[in-house]
Design a protein around this ligand. Structure first.
Ligand code: ADP
Ligand code: ASP
Ligand code: MG
Length: 408
């Protein structure tokens, strides 16, 4: 008998038929005598709809109330999944994040898990029930509902697998694994049979939506090996994500990521003197705007220009934060410029290979993509380019690094 944690994402529980399909997948494990704990997301689109509804009532909804609202999506699917199992004669019980013992810090809409108390789940599993836990949610010390950031059901599943010391953790989604690039954009992308936490974390942080970045961070910290696989075709093997994979260094670029959720902010004519950047970025930090890539040109005639990127949802806050500094220093203009994306190539093999930047820039030239900002680390190179044409650029970059699968 094994102990298995299975997570089903939004599309996998997207409608009644799919929920019934999920119940059958679970039933097959129960029939083999396994203990099964399940995490489900809200039906796909529900969380977005709830956010839109909140914003149509109040442009800046209170974050506590937002969590109260967003937690509803997952509460629907846990109950329906339990009912679908009951219909198959499988004992099952649903639990909210709080009931499942997921304790978080107090930061609404982006809470971090601080501890797991799996006692309630353990006793239900011991009784022979499948336990269905609502993903994406927990409760703080005060018992208030919190949510774990978008895509947070992945984190719920990894945390549960760690807390329950599960033998297997399976992340079921609408693709059959992690690919060298989003297969919806790059049809020639290849499935990666095994990938290290380090590369998966980098890809996820750079916009690869298949796993939430924080969930990969957690799995790395607590060494939770997991598999990303398809809920539509369960016969296909998925991608195993773990600490070490064979021949890590031989592959220079493991994958290409695209982040469409960045905005570029440009500040012009600011005084070219010590302390200006400190004031601007101090103010951005206070406003909770997450600054990513930064470039500053060489100052001329006593003034300088600076450009940086932030997640799109932080744009308004970032502009207001910069304006307040510009007002106090009596000069400069700030503007949000253009629809941009961040395209990145990732691979730990870059540490020991040269020529990655020149190959990337060559491919971007071929794609006629103008590079606006560049940033590098030892295992990635990212560029900011125009959103227009970015998918073509991604395909050309993918080909240039030899990642395409054989056609046919
Ligand atoms: P879920 O609702 O199951 O959590 P998500 O929509 O969050 O699923 O993630 C799955 C999606 O991630 C896929 O439909 C795919 O389009 C996208 N994706 C982006 N990059 C990749 C990649 N490199 N490999 C696989 N899927 C990717
Ligand atoms: N329902 C949440 C979201 O859409 C969490 C998740 O699906 O993982 O972000
Ligand atoms: Mg997801």
């Amino acid at each position: 008998m094994a102990r298995i944690v299975k997570k089903f994402g939004g599309t996998s529980v997207g409608d009644v038929e799919r929920i019934k399909n999920v119940a059958k997948i679970i039933e097959a494990d129960v029939a083999l005598g396994h203990q099964v704990a399940v995490v489900v997301s809200a039906r796909s689109g529900v969380t977005n709809e709830l956010i839109a509804r909140a914003q149509s009532i109040n442009e800046n909804p209170n974050e506590r109330e937002m969590d109260m609202l967003l937690a509803v999506g997952e509460q629907e699917t846990i109950a329906l999944t339990a009912m679908a199992l009951h219909a198959l004669g499988v004992p099952a019980v649903s639990m909210t994040g709080a009931m499942a013992g997921i304790k978080t810090d107090p930061f609404h809409t982006r809470a971090r898990i601080v501890s797991m108390n799996c006692d309630k789940i353990e006793s239900r599993l011991a009784e022979g029930s499948v336990v269905i836990v609502a993903g994406f949610q927990g409760a703080n010390d005060d018992g208030q509902v919190t949510t774990l950031g978008r895509g947070g059901s992945d984190l719920s599943a990894i945390a549960l697998a760690s807390g329950l010391k599960a033998d297997v953790c399976q992340i079921y989604t609408d693709v059959d694994g992690v690919y060298t690039a989003d297969p919806r954009i790059v049809p020639l992308a290849r499935k990666i049979p095994e990938i290290s936490y380090e590369e998966m974390l980098e890809l996820a942080s750079l916009g690869t939506k298949v796993m939430q970045a924080r969930s990969v961070e957690f799995s790395n910290k607590f060494n939770v090996v997991f598999e990303v696989r398809s809920s539509f075709d369960t016969s296909k093997p998925g991608t195993i994500v773990k600490q070490e994979v064979s021949s890590m260094e031989d592959v220079v670029v493991r994958g290409v990521a695209l982040d469409r959720n960045q905005a570029k902010i440009m500040i012009t004519n600011i005084p070219d003197e010590p302390g200006t950047a400190a004031r601007i970025f101090g103010s951005l930090g206070e406003a909770n705007a997450i600054v990513d890539m930064i470039v500053q040109n060489i100052g001329r005639h006593g003034v300088a220009n600076m450009t940086f990127t932030v997640p799109r949802e932080d744009t308004k806050r970032a502009v207001a934060a910069v304006e307040s500094v510009l007002n106090s220093i009596g000069g400069g203009e700030v503007a949000v410029v253009g629809d941009i994306v961040k395209l990145s190539v990732v691979g730990v093999g870059m540490r020991s290979h040269s020529g990655v930047a020149s190959k990337l820039f060559g491919a971007l030239a071929e794609a006629k993509a103008n590079i606006q900002i560049i940033s590098t680390s030892e295992i990635k190179i990212s560029v900011v380019i125009d959103e227009k044409g970015c998918e073509d650029a991604m395909r050309i970059v993918h080909t240039a690094f030899g990642l395409d699968k054989e056609e046919g």
